[in-house]
Design a protein around this ligand. Structure first.
Ligand SMILES: [Zn+2]
Ligand SMILES: [Zn+2]
Length: 360
């Protein structure tokens, strides 16, 4: 099969033929139709997240089940599915507690490497998927069947970007009606945090970004106010919009320590900063305990929108199909695999929201 392999951080991916092993008893082989490029892919490509070389990126995928292992009953050949990195065992403490996204085995690599190049080197598969290839073999827990009429170039967005933003608000932070929300960074994740905040009835929903085009998009997707942080002091605007208190929730989708510090300063008493964008894994954050004790502020992490795939993906598709979740607007460009380096360059520059690789 054709795949786009990273041999050197920051250098163009190499499109080449690779081999994929057959699915084991509890695995599902999927013929991919679409894989979106996420900002984490850019981090991986630049070497800003843990992992070695060579690797095969791509973790926001959708396609058709091509083959199933002997033990698979939840999907059958021909089913359209979303493929996510959220593997879960269904048996551990966290799975038993309804938190499969925290499964103790979520990052376990498959027992044997699944993809090899022509030289016989094994490729590390990001998200245990390696979605920048025509096919993938994943654990059964990583796939969710979607309705036949669900377009797969939009379904793939549900694998990561949409759930991280929307689920960050709804599942992780559990924002309630009339609580105030600030979303820092209106990219592929932030825009979905805005959609989630609007859906649960938060008010105000304040989008903070440096690009006017993104802020306009935020208004179209449910923000009630916007601040261009390049032109205005966001702290002043947020105070003014929250009765002088500061926000109840600040979602930091920008992966930078400066943004996290700033986000903390935007919160009011008992306010919560929710970190959902990934900074470079070597960066450190420090805080003064006295900034937290008398204020009762919280700093929490949100991983993949605390998503329970088998529950949340069908729910989000129902919202999309009833016009209450926007997905069509999130796709900026569609590219064949041969042009993936162009798509990556465009994503890196921050153009638009999601570029999607389309397979034949
Ligand atoms: Zn992602
Ligand atoms: Zn588990």
């Amino acid at each position: 099969m054709k795949a786009a392999v990273c041999y050197e951080f920051g250098k163009p991916l190499v499109i080449e033929d690779v081999t994929l092993s057959e699915p084991g008893d509890m695995d599902v082989k999927v013929r991919l139709v679409a894989t979106a490029i996420c900002h984490s892919d850019i981090h991986d490509w630049k070497g800003e997240l843990p992992g070695g070389l060579p690797f095969l990126g791509g973790h926001e995928s959708a396609g058709y089940v091509e083959k199933v292992g002997q033990g698979i009953t939840s999907v059958k050949v021909g089913d359209p599915v979303v493929v996510s990195l959220l593997a879960s065992c269904g048996k551990c403490y966290y799975c038993a507690n309804g938190l499969p996204h925290l499964c103790e085995h979520r990052f376990d690599p498959p027992p044997n490497p699944r993809v090899h190049n022509r030289k016989g080197q094994s490729l590390e598969l990001k998200g245990n998927i390696g979605g920048f290839a025509e096919y993938t073999v994943v654990d059964e827990s990583q796939v969710v069947k979607v309705p036949e009429n669900m377009p797969l170039d939009r379904a793939c967005l549900l694998a990561c970007g949409v759930i991280t933003g929307f689920g960050g608000v709804v599942n992780r932070a559990q924002v309630k009606p009339f609580q105030s929300v600030v979303v820092m960074g209106v990219g592929g994740v932030g825009i979905n945090a805005i959609q989630g905040a609007a859906y649960v009835g938060a008010y105000p929903v304040i989008a903070v970004d440096m690009l006017d085009a993104r802020l306009k998009m935020a208004m179209d997707m449910g923000a009630t106010h916007t601040v261009n942080a390049g032109r205005k002091d966001a702290a002043d605007v947020i105070k003014e919009l929250t009765g002088g208190r500061g926000a109840d929730f600040v979602f930091v989708t920008v992966g930078s320590i400066a943004a996290i510090k700033q986000g903390f300063s935007f919160t009011g008493l008992r306010g919560t900063v929710v970190l959902i964008g990934l900074p470079n894994y070597t960066e450190q954050y420090s805080f003064a305990p006295m900034d937290i004790i008398p204020t009762e502020k919280n700093i929490i992490g949100g991983f993949m929108g605390a998503t329970n795939l088998k529950l949340d993906i069908p729910n989000l598709i129902s919202l999309y199909q009833s016009g209450r979740l926007k997905l069509d607007e999130l796709v900026t460009g569609r590219f064949p695999l041969d042009r993936i380096n162009e798509a990556i360059a465009s994503t890196e520059k921050g153009e638009g929201l999601r570029n999607v690789i389309m397979f034949k």
